[in-house]
Write a protein that binds this ligand. Structure first.
Ligand SMILES: [Zn+2]
Length: 308
């Protein structure tokens, strides 16, 4: 069994411009980080993901919105939200982002690679049912959760989101399925303003952890693991999905958390060891935020080593 490292060349075709924090250099930094570590590079199963189909996107999105994104790219680009643009390559990038995570699910279930890290962009956890939001076009992880449930017939899916921003899109796309549980730790008050502690979703399957910035690192790690344990007390996941946003790392320009690379290693190892108990170790992790490219490369390497 190995760990897959999944990406797609088309993820670089979502052109936001270099002045935008979510630029193509982020993925390049991840690839560079992995390439600089020969031992890690050799240990991974390198894969190019596939493009998700419109039928797969509508597992979580409105068919008219899916068509709107395709049309926006086809006409050369369009602004979709105050801080989210589509360029000519964005349809190919966004469908490759989702498809790469779906490939991660397929690999995990076929036991080819029980774990994977999908280095994808645009990110996904703010995307809503019928609109783009906060740099995100489609809910990469939310589509994967519904794909695992409805297409792959898994009973229970756990999503853990450690991006510094609340995964409001993911929550809204999965909270109606009682067999998907969503744990999100995020800075508060902060963009996008949702994710209060008492917002548990309509079925109580959501655990939101709003946290102040600049706390001791351990406080964040303990809070997230505690919430994961609470969410799984009476729920044994068949698959763990991670929304791996590394903007919760110290020094990120878009967040005020204090986590260091070692903390992400520890969080990853703790989730892997729980997944070993629950479901043969199946963990599919997908990149969300993380806006200091050099640090993003380093932490992705640490995350991959912990998945291995
Ligand atoms: Zn974020």
């Amino acid at each position: 069994m190995t760990t897959a490292f999944i990406s797609h060349a088309d993820c670089g075709r979502h052109d936001t411009g270099w002045n935008h924090p979510e630029h193509v250099g982020r993925i390049r930094a991840v690839l560079r980080g992995v390439g600089r570590d020969p031992e890690l590079f050799m240990a991974l199963d390198h894969r190019e993901g596939r493009h998700a189909t419109p039928d797969e996107l509508v597992l979580a999105h409105d068919v008219r919105y899916v068509e709107r994104v395709r049309a926006a790219a086809a006409k050369g680009g369009e602004r979709l939200d105050a801080d989210t643009v589509a360029s000519e390559g964005s349809w190919d990038a966004a469908t490759a982002g989702v498809g790469s995570v779906l490939d991660g699910v397929d690999l995990a279930l076929s036991d080819v690679a029980v774990r994977s890290f999908c280095a994808v962009r645009p990110p996904g956890h703010h995307a809503l049912y019928e609109s783009a939001m906060g740099f995100c076009l489609f809910g990469n992880v939310a589509v994967a959760a519904h794909y695992a449930r409805k297409i792959k017939r898994l009973d229970r899916v756990l999503i853990v989101d450690w991006d510094v921003h609340h995964g409001n899109g993911t929550q809204s796309l999965v909270e109606h399925d009682r067999n998907i549980r969503f744990v999100s730790m995020h800075q508060w008050p902060w963009y996008p303003g949702t994710g209060a502690r008492d917002d548990r979703g309509p079925h109580g399957n959501v655990w939101n952890l709003p946290m102040a910035p600049a706390l001791e690192r351990d406080v964040y790690v303990s809070a997230l693991l505690g919430a994961v344990d609470e969410a799984t007390r009476d729920f044994t996941p068949d698959l763990v999905l991670i929304s791996a946003g590394f903007d919760s790392m110290a020094g990120d320009p878009l967040g005020g958390f204090t986590l260091e690379i070692d903390d992400f290693s520890r969080l990853t190892r703790e989730l892997v060891s729980r997944a070993e108990q629950w479901c043969g170790g199946r963990v599919v992790s997908a990149l969300e935020g993380g806006y200091a490219p050099d640090r993003l490369g380093e932490v992705s390497v640490a995350h991959l080593k912990a998945l291995l």
